[in-house]
Design a protein around this ligand. Sequence first.
Ligand SMILES: Nc1ncnc2c1ncn2[C@@H]1O[C@H](COP(=O)(O)OP(=O)(O)OP(=O)(O)O)[C@@H](O)[C@H]1O
Ligand SMILES: [Mg+2]
Length: 218
Amino acid sequence: MSLQADRVSLKYGDGDTETFAVRDVSIAIPDRGFYGIMGPSGSGKSSLLYLLSGLKLPSSGEVTYRGRSLSGGGETERTQTRREQFGFVFQQPFLLNYLTAKENILVAANRQDRAFERSVLLLMEELQIAHLAERVPAHLSGGEKQRVIVARSMINRPAIIFADEPTAALDHANGHIVIDLLRRYQDKGTVIVVTHDPTMVAEADRVYQMLDGELVAE
Ligand SMILES: Nc1ncnc2c1ncn2[C@@H]1O[C@H](COP(=O)(O)OP(=O)(O)OP(=O)(O)O)[C@@H](O)[C@H]1O
Ligand SMILES: [Mg+2]
């Protein structure tokens, strides 16, 4: 197993305001494949994703990635792991308005050289968005923006892509286009998708269900 959480909890607030967003969750995600996380609003899906990706540290428990403690290591190492190994897609399209689609992808690249610029175009072709390369976000539809964001998440060929409701702002048809792009990545790495829509993860290797901060047994 490449990514593993052992009895992780994430607590917000103290005393009267104390809430457990994630409570004692253990999960082991294999090296390849497409995984879904579902559950009602407030059940802790985003929080679990933040813990697994090292964006947040658990209040207790441990996250390990490739045999090393992600939660126990230093911030520098965690940031490096995130930059080199992980890709992210969030619910709200987040692009820099003054950059073209291609430049928006390139800014996330760990390398910036001519050869890499070519590989951005190749990736855009692969995802069938090459025709959008020179457009600024204001001239892209919601679905097109989200496809650019998916391309950006893949630019460093991450081992794991974390996607938190990547289709929530899209209609069904565009949602499926975005999910298909993510799904096709599963032969290169792991894709973990949080969604409210069961049709988006109908073909997942496994769908985890969360309720009140806990993973519910299937
Ligand atoms: N920064 C915060 N401070 C305090 N409580 C928080 C914070 N972020 C989240 N929570 C609480 O933690 C719980 C889990 O939140 P989380 O965002 O992980 O849920 P979610 O399953 O992703 O919900 P949604 O489907 O609405 O995105 C909720 O009760 C939420 O109110
Ligand atoms: Mg959420």
